[in-house]
Ligand binder design. Structure first.
Ligand SMILES: Nc1ncnc2c1ncn2[C@@H]1O[C@H](COP(=O)(O)OP(=O)(O)OP(=O)(O)O)[C@@H](O)[C@H]1O
Length: 323
């Protein structure tokens, strides 16, 4: 394992009686913010639980910070902060009391625990409300408390399981901003899961996409954005004929209103557009470089990831990058 490796899995599988949640997953994660993306049921939470030593793999192995998840789970959990997906907060205590308690559980002395809890709650943006019982909090505030308890013991790495779940667009933006700061300002490596590819584009250095427990892709975000370069072509009349000709020439074309978005494979794509427009004697109105959404790379292979799970329309409002 390289010294810069934060976590790695090798041929990792986990079978449940009715489903294979992870299927021979081999992946390596370096420092920075890494997105783990997959539709609901893709195996994201299962992977996190195995990494933390909370669940046994059926086959293969996993390491976090050079420690084996099978035999060194307790050490891993000391070094890693974990924000679980589901609501697991006690309703009757305040955020302050809860986060201090979690800090004490991690081994911090009383005074240090109080100081760290106050700092961490301030970092996640909880102020006066931190003295009120958690039961009265909004979803966004509860997500912040979960994030604070993951950070309070000053971990080297945090695993955040669907931190934007249930949040409105503003809440998502705020949470994504916090995640970016954890990576850049605090220097903590982050593994963050989401079922929406587009929202992680903004905060991640690297993205891993899984589907049905299998690895679809693991790439630096720059490779994704390169892959999503497109050119928008608008002609006065005959966009259908142009689309058909470009498709014949092997180009990937998506109608966009009156225009066409053509995925750029390389310089040959521009030649194909020029030749098709000339051959069909069309009048070109617009030829413009743009970027498709990151999830367009996976259209067809993992379509669920382009849909918001809880609130239709949210993804469209939070995803950047339409050309
Ligand atoms: N304890 C379990 N017993 C049986 N099946 C399970 C168990 N835990 C997970 N699964 C199944 O394994 C698959 C992967 O689940 P997992 O929770 O890892 O997915 P996920 O990508 O985190 O999705 P979600 O965001 O919906 O939780 C699912 O089909 C799920 O039903």
């Amino acid at each position: 394992m390289r010294t810069s490796t934060i976590l790695a899995t090798e041929g990792l599988s986990r079978r449940f009686p009715r489903v294979t949640a992870l299927d021979r997953l081999t992946v390596t994660v370096g420092p920075g913010v890494t997105g783990l993306v997959g539709a609901n049921g893709a195996g994201k939470s299962t992977l996190i639980k195995i990494l933390l030593g909370l669940l046994e793999p059926s086959e293969g192995r996993a390491q976090v910070l050079g420690m084996d998840s099978g035999s060194q789970g307790a050490e891993i959990r000391r070094a890693v902060g974990y924000m679980p997906e589901h609501d697991c907060l006690p309703p009757d205590v305040s955020a302050t009391d809860f986060v201090v308690h979690m800090a004490r559980m991690s081994g911090l002395p009383r005074t240090a625990a109080r100081e760290r809890a106050a700092d961490t709650l301030r970092h996640v943006g909880l102020y006066e409300e931190r003295y009120r019982p958690i039961g009265g909090y909004s979803t966004g505030m509860k997500q912040r408390v979960k994030l604070a308890q993951a950070l309070v013991h000053d971990p080297k790495v945090v695993f955040l399981d669907e931190p934007t779940n249930g949040l409105d667009p503003q809440g998502r933006d705020d949470m994504l901003g916090l995640i970016r700061r954890i990576g850049s300002e605090f220097g903590i490596s982050v593994l963050v899961t989401s079922h929406l590819l587009g929202e992680l584009e903004r905060v991640c250095d690297h993205v891993i996409v899984i589907d049905g427990g299998r690895l679809l892709r693991s790439s630096a975000i720059s490779e994704f954005t390169q892959a999503t370069q497109s050119v928008t072509v608008e002609v006065e009349e005959g966009p259908e004929a142009l689309a058909a000709r470009l498709a014949e020439l092997g180009e990937t074309v998506t109608p966009q209103g009156r225009a066409l978005a053509v995925l750029v494979r390389g310089p040959e794509t521009y030649d194909a557009v020029r030749d098709a427009v000339c051959d069909l004697e069309l009048s070109l109105i617009r030829l413009e470089q743009g970027r498709q959404r990151i999830e367009d790379v996976f259209r067809g292979s993992a379509a669920d990831m382009t849909e918001p799970a809880t609130a239709p329309g949210l993804a469209a409002t939070t995803v950047r990058g339409d050309s």
